[in-house]
Write a protein that binds this ligand. Structure first.
Ligand code: AHR
Length: 349
């Protein structure tokens, strides 16, 4: 009889251990956050409510795979993420700069997985090619949050939430400003400076703009070329085009840095940016507001880079078992004329 007691105790302990392991296994669908249909882009998803709370006093470790430092907007986003997590003693941030290369971002994610981080933030440089590595994160029960740029549709089960802007709407807003400015029926030659090839920000800003002018026969995109979201390439592309043709009324740049590069090229070609050629940018960086105040640029469509606080909140909500939106959208505006001049003193980035 006396020999049975320790046996029962051992059995009970074994059953509890098996139960614990099974509980962890239940949380394997991307940290337990897979949408019901695996396809929804803007639907709430259920979080891993059964997940064990983080150990008391244990910091949440977040890995952030950033694209690089190609623009003022990108620097502002990096600063926002770094400041948000360094100011909070409950978090530790592991930051990686991929220098514009997808392969470096993939390596960084694999390192974060090996380090068993609690969550991964990813700003995907391009839309495609993420399935394998994000599946690895999912298999490791590490929730992934997409920041600012999206990935190819149909992969919604590989991440918890996308936090960022509506790039199609930004393209539409750029076109709307232009049509309001010149009027329906006007003859307008447009140079489009595209962002990084394959990036969602470039694909969607192009689509939004081109769809919006599709019914306007007089609005023609006479040239469309990537400037890779950098000031230097924006200038280079514009310089090359102006050598062939100066009959342009509008430059539509997928970001402000390329618009600012184009402004330099236009001035060097002896034309007046903002007057001879209207300049439309996207982002809303301070330098664009200054160019608008100087009369060299006409409009900037805002895209919010201050996403650090939203990323932190999403991770906390996820860990607490709260329902998260699949797409956590940013609030944005369009700035031109006096409205831009009035807003300039308060621009943070
Ligand atoms: O993904 C957002 C875009 O990336 C910004 O518009 C651009 O400046 C940045 O490089």
């Amino acid at each position: 009889m006396n020999r049975k007691k320790p046996f029962i105790v051992t059995m009970l302990a074994a059953i509890m251990l098996v139960g614990l392991i099974a509980g962890c296994g239940n949380n394997s669908n991307n940290g337990g956050n897979k949408p019901a249909n695996g396809n929804a882009t803007n639907k709430p998803t259920e979080n891993a409510a059964t997940e064990a709370p983080p150990e008391a006093n244990k910091k949440l470790v977040v890995g952030f795979a950033q694209i690089g430092a190609e623009s003022g907007w990108r620097d502002a986003e990096t600063d926002s993420v770094k400041a948000t997590f360094s100011e909070d003693p409950n978090f530790e941030l592991k930051f990686s700069d991929a220098q514009q290369k997808q392969e470096n971002q993939i390596k960084a994610i694999r390192t974060f997985i090996a380090q068993k981080v609690d969550a991964i933030g990813l700003a995907p440089v391009v839309e495609s090619g993420w399935e394998t590595v994000l599946k690895e994160a999912k298999d490791a029960n590490i929730p992934v949050f997409l920041l600012d740029r999206g990935i190819t549709k149909g992969n919604e089960d590989l991440y918890v939430s996308f936090i960022g802007s509506d790039f199609i709407l930004e393209g539409q807003n750029a076109a709307k400003w232009m049509i309001d400015e010149f009027g329906a029926g006007a003859q307008v030659n447009i140079v489009q400076l595209e962002g990084t090839v394959g990036a969602s920000a470039a694909n969607d800003r192009k689509k939004g703009f081109e769809d919006a002018i599709a019914g306007e026969a007089g609005y023609k995109i006479v040239y469309s070329q990537t400037g890779d979201f950098t000031r230097a390439k924006g200038k280079e592309v514009m310089e090359a085009y102006l050598k062939k043709d100066k009959n342009i009324q509008v430059v539509y740049a997928h970001n402000d840095d390329m618009a600012l590069g184009a402004i330099q090229a236009i001035e060097e070609a002896g034309l007046k940016p903002g007057k001879d050629i209207k300049i439309i940018g996207v982002d809303g960086i301070k330098a664009a507001f200054e160019a608008i105040a100087e009369g060299k640029m006409n409009v900037t469509v805002e895209c919010n880079p201050l996403l650090g606080p939203q990323l932190k909140q999403a991770i906390l909500d996820y860990k607490a078992g709260t329902t998260l939106e699949k797409w956590i959208k940013s609030d944005e505006d369009v700035y031109f004329g006096q409205k831009a001049i009035d807003a300039l003193p308060n621009r943070k980035y």
